[in-house]
Design a protein around this ligand. Structure first.
Ligand code: NAD
Ligand code: DAU
Length: 357
């Protein structure tokens, strides 16, 4: 079968890292379908300019006609779905976009894919995969001593974002059970790394620190997230695509739980070392505790035993190595940062932080 893959959301943070990582280890063509919302950025893909294995198409996963045409033309052996609205705080301010993209969009993509898949030869049908990229947030919030999320945890999403992702996971599952579409779902923990949009905690901390702005910590800063370097998430997805059992879900994580305040301190300390403040004080001086996120989940943690034991996957980076690379990437790429901090970004920052103490 043709080795071409269709990636959706490949101009976003994780999608662009995935496309670059894919093309670094394969000669197969990637069709990159992205709607270029505020989070999609062609500057994430500049290293692929002139590479004819990368075909970019601006369009939505909600456009069934477009997707049907792309599938018919390029005959991919897999669809990898990253396209989504991804920011929890935005889902609290404007949930509608999350319903449209994450639920309706995923449905349209699934349904168009089902039509294409039905027309394949028996052999190509068996080889085809639809991989849906999802999140640990669908499992809800853990208490301090609860075991980490395994694939059998019940779904208890708490934000409009996580509820919309949960709904999309259910649709993916249903398309396998009802129609036999060969699906795989991955549920990953918090990613960090290059090309991360600075609405999210780690890039917001780095860019605010360097701009001499406050470092806003929601609530008491004791919420726990489980951080994974983005290239490791991408290698996990590649491994699931290659060897995952059809119809299964795989949790992806690096066993790296940290309280938010410890993330903030780590970023400040790395910046103190790499780019000391002119006044000789620490960036920790800029930390400001602000009003909490409504419904803020207290703790996420991924039990990655299944992907490790069944598929032999392991992350390559520790948090210490990954966060150092990440801070250095932002120091080395001030133009990328300046370009993403457009008027629309400033409007968002005003909307999200103005009402907080
Ligand atoms: P992101 O917001 O950086 O990128 C999303 C991309 O999807 C953007 O390029 C955007 O333009 C595109 N997009 C949005 N709506 C679209 C539509 N209708 N059609 C086509 N493209 C559209 O998100 P991310 O952080 O890279 O996350 C990618 C995926 O991984 C999401 O599905 C998210 O739920 C999941 N995920 C993210 C994390 C994380 O920590 N960031 C962790 C686990 C899972
Ligand atoms: O767990 C996976 C999820 O991780 C993904 O599914 C989401 O797409 C991704 O955005 C991320 O969600 P979080 O809400 O955990 O990420 P965020 O970077 O927005 O926030 C991380 C933690 O930091 C969270 O507890 C909220 C807190 N925070 C965030 C911001 C933006 C702050 O304290 N201050 C802030 O200004």
């Amino acid at each position: 079968m043709n080795k071409t893959i269709l990636v959706t959301g490949g101009a976003g943070f994780i999608g662009s890292n995935f496309v670059m990582g894919w093309l670094a280890q394969s000669d197969a063509t990637v069709i990159n379908l992205d709607y270029l919302t505020y989070a999609g950025n062609m500057e994430n893909l500049t290293s692929l300019e002139g590479d004819n294995r990368h075909i970019f198409v601006k369009g939505s996963i909600g456009d069934a006609e477009l997707i049907t045409g792309l599938l018919a033309t390029h005959q991919p052996c897999a669809v990898v779905n990253f396209a989504a609205e991804s920011h929890v705080d935005r889902s609290i301010h404007s949930p509608e976009d999350f319903i449209q993209t994450n639920i309706v969009g995923t449905f349209r993509l699934l349904d168009a894919t089902r039509g294409y898949w039905n027309g394949l030869s028996t052999e190509d049908k068996a080889a085809f995969r639809f991989l849906h990229v999802s999140t640990d947030e669908v499992y809800g919030s853990l208490k301090k001593d609860d075991p980490a999320f395994s694939e059998t945890n019940r779904y208890e999403p708490n934000s409009p974002y996580s509820a919309s992702k949960a709904a999309s996971d259910h649709l993916v599952r249903a398309y396998h059970h009802t129609y036999g579409l060969p699906v795989l779902t991955t549920n990953c923990s918090n990613n960090y790394g290059p090309f991360h949009f600075p609405e999210k905690l780690i890039p917001l901390l780095i860019t605010n620190a360097l701009a001499n702005k406050n470092l806003p910590v929601y609530g008491d800063g004791q919420q726990i997230r489980d951080w994974l370097y983005v290239a490791d998430h991408c290698s996990g997805i590649r491994r699931v695509l290659e060897a995952g059992r059809v119809g299964e879900t795989y949790n992806i994580g690096g066993w790296n739980e940290m309280a938010n305040i410890d993330i903030v301190h780590t970023v400040c300390d790395l910046l103190d070392e790499a780019r000391p403040r002119a006044d000789g004080k620490s960036y920790r001086e800029q930390i400001t505790f602000v009003t909490d996120r409504p419904g803020h989940d207290r703790r996420y943690a991924i039990d990655a035993s299944k992907i490790e034991q069944e598929l032999g996957w392991k992350p390559a980076e520790t948090f210490a190595t990954g966060i150092r690379k990440t801070v250095q990437w932002y120091l080395d790429n001030p133009e990328w940062v300046a370009h993403v901090q457009s008027g629309a970004y400033r409007d968002w920052v005003e909307k999200n932080y103005a009402g907080r103490d």
